[in-house]
Design a protein. Structure first.
Length: 85
């Protein structure tokens, strides 16, 4: 009768079990990603803009206000003038 516990057979069985385990884990990961493709990515939609889009002139006003070149009253007044055009 054949001896099933010799070194060559048991080594081959260990290799086969490791390969099958790796294939199972990879298959599970691929399957879960196929079922839930956006899982873990969060909401990638851009934030909604409040109000009308800003022009380049309004962007420049915001930058000047951020640098402290103009105060809040001047910013509001000049922004109102730009939006009336």
């Amino acid at each position: 009768m054949m001896d099933w516990v010799d070194g060559e057979t048991s080594l081959m069985m260990i290799v086969v079990m490791v390969v099958l385990t790796i294939l199972l884990v990879v298959g599970l990961v691929v399957g879960i990603n196929a079922l839930y493709p956006s899982a873990g990515q969060g909401d990638r939609t851009p934030p909604a803009q409040n109000g009308p889009p800003r022009t380049a002139a309004e962007e420049e006003l915001e930058l000047r206000y951020a640098r402290g070149e103009i105060d809040a009253e001047t910013l509001a007044r000049q922004r109102a003038v730009l939006r009336q055009r």
